[in-house]
Design a protein around this ligand. Structure first.
Ligand SMILES: NC(=O)c1ccc[n+]([C@@H]2O[C@H](COP(=O)([O-])OP(=O)(O)OC[C@H]3O[C@@H](n4cnc5c(N)ncnc54)[C@H](OP(=O)(O)O)[C@@H]3O)[C@@H](O)[C@H]2O)c1
Length: 306
């Protein structure tokens, strides 16, 4: 099968298109024909080992010292189950799924293997495979952080979302709206129309407006790009309000319930996966180069199956 392997830590050129044997499965695994994946900020961070110095050694221990131990990157996929292990009860051949692969990676190939109880769900019925792949990373991350901030226990919460035009930001605006929030979004000029279309109630442009001078107070301030500090935002919180950022040491836990919620929202017409660009698997270097720019709006999808 065709796969993209990461031959070293470094720039996008370390990614190579190769032919590798089609994987086989054990009794408790499923083989998925990958139809689409995505390149997100996590993928480029892994490829380039882009973390603060003191974390680099930890990352190498986790991912592999000289190069990624799992050479096929890609932490999300959508596809069709092609075969199931003899002890697998939850899935059947032909199921159309979307998934987060976590530290198994493996989304950037024609086939991937996952355990029966992975963070995988039936994809939304009416979503294309490209859309399904674009839902997962930002959607699951936004749900994790907004739930950790207590969104479920707030009635009509006031939420400020900083960095609302990226994968996590575009998802966060929609997840917040699904909880009845009033959303103030902060994004760049180029993201204003997009973020408005996703339902933000008011918008500030970070290159022109100083969001820290807002007179309003919020139940939750969520930094979806990791560019602010708690100190900068503390005074914007109501009493008992919560500040969360993707930029700290807190890591989003991946849960099947997140995928179930995203599927429900999508099927109810309440969630729109934002796709900025679509690349074929063969153009992975170009996809990574674009994501490296830090300017993508929503998601960059990799079309694998046809
Ligand atoms: N902790 C965790 O568990 C976790 C999980 C997932 C992601 N993350 C982190 O979350 C971050 C965001 O991920 P992502 O995939 O959503 O990123 P992304 O899509 O690559 O973010 C790009 C967007 O960020 C906007 N942006 C860039 N600089 C900005 C600034 N100074 N102020 C406001 N917006 C700015 C850009 O808009 P303009 O082009 O208009 O500037 C662009 O639309 C990444 O750093 C990622 O590593 C952490």
């Amino acid at each position: 099968m065709k796969a993209i392997i990461c031959t070293n830590y470094g720039g996008p050129e370390v990614l190579k298109l190769v032919d590798v044997p089609k994987p086989t499965i054990t009794d408790t695994q499923v083989l998925i024909k990958v139809m689409a994946s995505a390149v997100n900020s996590g993928d480029v961070r892994t490829r380039g080992l882009v973390v603060p110095g003191f974390l680099r050694i930890v990352m190498r221990m986790v991912l592999g010292f000289r190069k990624p131990r799992q050479p096929i990157l890609g932490v999300v996929l959508s596809g069709v189950i092609e075969s199931v292990g003899s002890k697998v009860a939850k899935w059947k051949v032909g199921d159309e799924v979307f998934a987060l692969t976590g530290f198994r990676f493996g989304g950037h190939a024609e086939y991937a293997v996952l355990k029966e109880n992975s963070t995988m769900e039936l994809k939304p019925k009416n979503a294309s495979f490209n859309e399904a792949a674009a839902i997962v990373f930002g959607g699951a991350t936004a749900i994790y952080f907004l739930e950790a901030a207590g969104i479920k226990s707030c009635s009509q919460p006031q939420i400020l979302i900083y960095g609302a035009s990226g994968a996590v930001g575009t998802a966060a605006v929609q997840i917040a709206k699904s909880h009845g929030a009033n959303v103030t979004a902060v994004c760049g000029e180029a993201g204003v129309d997009l973020v408005t279309s996703l339902g933000a109630d008011s918008i500030l442009v970070y290159t022109k407006d100083d969001f820290t001078k807002l007179p309003e107070k919020f139940d939750i301030v969520f930094d979806a790009v990791g560019k602010t500090t708690k100190k900068q935002c503390k005074h914007l919180l109501k009493e008992g309000g919560v500040y969360k950022t993707v930029g700290g040491l807190e890591t989003a836990a991946e849960r099947v319930s997140q995928l179930q919620y995203l599927r429900e929202l999508y099927e109810a017409g309440k969630y729109r996966p934002v796709i900025d660009r679509i690349y074929p698997l063969e153009e992975m270097v170009a996809a990574h180069t674009y994501v490296d720019s830090g300017m993508k709006k929503g998601n960059v999808v990799i079309e694998v199956g046809r």
